[in-house]
Design a protein around this ligand. Structure first.
Ligand code: FES
Length: 164
């Protein structure tokens, strides 16, 4: 079947997503939500010697959200925290190829979830949190609050399923 809407890279990760699941007792966990559609993503990392040695995700979302989450995990695994912190949504979009404009908001979840997981790692370990990461965290937290007020029931349902 020909897919004109999505690139080959997106379809490859959508059909065969990598690193789906949960890490028990993660060193860092990020939970983010999409204000436009109410979808939620959770991302878990294991860190050893400053490197992300394992990463897994669970995403409630569409084709793009799922594919981009998978793509991000493959980009991050084995990177140092410093390298991972520099990965932005632009880098992910560069790798995924063209995303329909109406779907760009779906691609943001993954990059935000990574920043949140790293923030969680820093705060759990009482490490000095870089200013940029702190600001991102505050923005993402505000989004989550707004998300809960806009899509309360939907988010509750997703939370229940993710934490089963
Ligand atoms: S429509 Fe919700 S993540 Fe794409």
């Amino acid at each position: 079947m020909k897919h004109s809407l999505y690139t080959k890279e997106i379809m490859k990760h959508f059909r065969n997503p990598k690193n789906v699941g949960v890490i028990k007792n993660p060193d860092g966990k990020g939970r983010v939500g999409n204000l436009i559609c109410g979808d939620v993503m959770e991302l878990y990392i294991k860190v050893k010697n400053n490197k992300i040695v394992d990463i897994k995700f669970q995403t409630f979302g569409c084709v793009v959200a799922l594919a981009v989450s998978s793509m991000l995990t493959t980009m991050v695994k084995g990177k140092t925290l410093k390298q991972a912190m520099k990965i932005t949504n632009k880098d992910i979009l560069k790798k995924s190829g063209k995303v329909p404009p109406i779907k760009v908001h779906c691609s943001i979840l993954a990059a935000d979830a990574l920043q949140e997981a790293i923030y969680d790692y820093f705060s759990k370990n009482n490490l000095k949190i870089p200013e940029k990461l702190k600001k991102e965290h505050e923005r993402i937290e505000r989004n989550l609050e707004e998300l809960e007020s806009r899509y309360g029931e939907h988010v509750k349902f997703e939370k229940e399923i993710l934490n089963k």
